[in-house]
Design a protein around this ligand. Sequence first.
Ligand SMILES: [Zn+2]
Length: 160
Amino acid sequence: MISDICPVCGMATVAEVPSVEHHQMYFHFCSEQCRETFEATPQLYASGTVEKRTPVIKQRNLYLAEACAAEDMKVNEACLKEMMGVKEVHFQGDRLQISYDLMQITQARIEQLLNELGVPLDNSWWQRVQRGWTHNAEENELDNLARGDGACCNRSPPGA
Ligand SMILES: [Zn+2]
């Protein structure tokens, strides 16, 4: 059966985005972003529906190489908000405050988009180390969620 609901975000799928096979099931997506998210950890999205999934909201500060010009700010904010899973975006001087659902987007993907938008990040040693830590932590968290670690406590006891 082919679903017309994107398994990552719950929006309508589009035919232009290639489908992905996982355990002999074909999945369709609303966007390239959701397809990439699915392919990184398919176990997370292959079963269950978006409504049953708990969002994993992250709030981050990203430091920019220089303050974002006022005229670029609105465009950049709009582009970031168009990404699946991005909730709040706020530029303040050389700082970008952003919140997002880790189930739909990672900080690494957000940094990639900033790069595409021509918004350079602070490349000092300390900021690069911090971003590296966050990338690792987010990958581990998604892996753990995919394996179901810690989910036992939320499950009803057998026979209940
Ligand atoms: Zn989607």
